[in-house]
Design a protein around this ligand. Structure first.
Ligand code: 5GP
Length: 183
């Protein structure tokens, strides 16, 4: 099967186009630039899902900032394990700094909640969260992201950093996975 055949067999519907993503990132970055000007900023990206969202967002932020990454895992396959594990360490101190935590999507809320706590424990003065997508009606903990590009329905979505079994992060758009592949 070619890449396109396999993709066709997986995509239920394109939810957000490449054009819409670009436009929304620009608008979000403009708002963040206005809100966060003058802060001592460190952007912390959550690997691997924050790519390509984070690099695209960074190019639009007109702010002085440092960039760091951490890796966390809460998903195995297409179902959340309910446990958040931080893998690896921050390369620089975030003591007293304003951290912008960037992830691909907020679903149950567990990852961002736990990672925010992790960053506060490391001495962050403030943790602001930012996601490409926010799933509607799926929170298991009371936590919302401060900056959101898109709301998506309660379906398994992939593309633009979001994977399907590790693949398809390189799609330039966000799609919903066919129901029969995960339900
Ligand atoms: P949460 O902890 O909020 O439940 O989930 C956050 C993490 O779960 C995200 O960083 C992402 O890796 C993964 N995740 C949640 N929903 C989806 C989804 O629909 N598609 C993909 N590819 N990953 C998801």
């Amino acid at each position: 099967m070619t890449f396109n055949d396999e993709l066709k067999a997986s995509v239920k519907k394109v939810l957000v186009s490449e054009k819409e993503i670009k436009k929304s990132i620009k608008a979000l970055a403009k708002k963040m630039t206005k809100d966060l000007e003058g802060e001592d900023l460190v952007v912390v990206g959550l690997l691997t899902g924050c790519i390509p969202f984070l690099p695209d967002l960074l190019k639009e932020l007109k702010l002085k900032l440092l960039v760091n990454y951490v890796q966390a895992s809460s998903y195995e396959g297409t179902a959340s394990t309910g446990k958040v594990k931080v893998i690896g360490e921050l390369k620089e101190s975030i003591e007293g700094k304003h951290v912008i935590l960037v992830d691909d999507i907020i679903d149950t809320g567990l990852t961002l909640k736990e990672l925010s706590k992790y960053l506060y424990d490391k001495g962050a003065k403030k943790v602001t969260t930012c996601v490409l997508a926010s799933k509607v009606g799926t929170r298991k903990v009371a936590f919302e992201a401060d900056y959101v590009c898109f709301e998506v329905p309660n379906e398994y979505v992939f593309g633009y950093g979001l994977d399907y079994n590790g693949y398809y992060r390189n799609l330039p758009y966000i799609a919903a996975l066919k129901d029969e592949l995960y339900k």
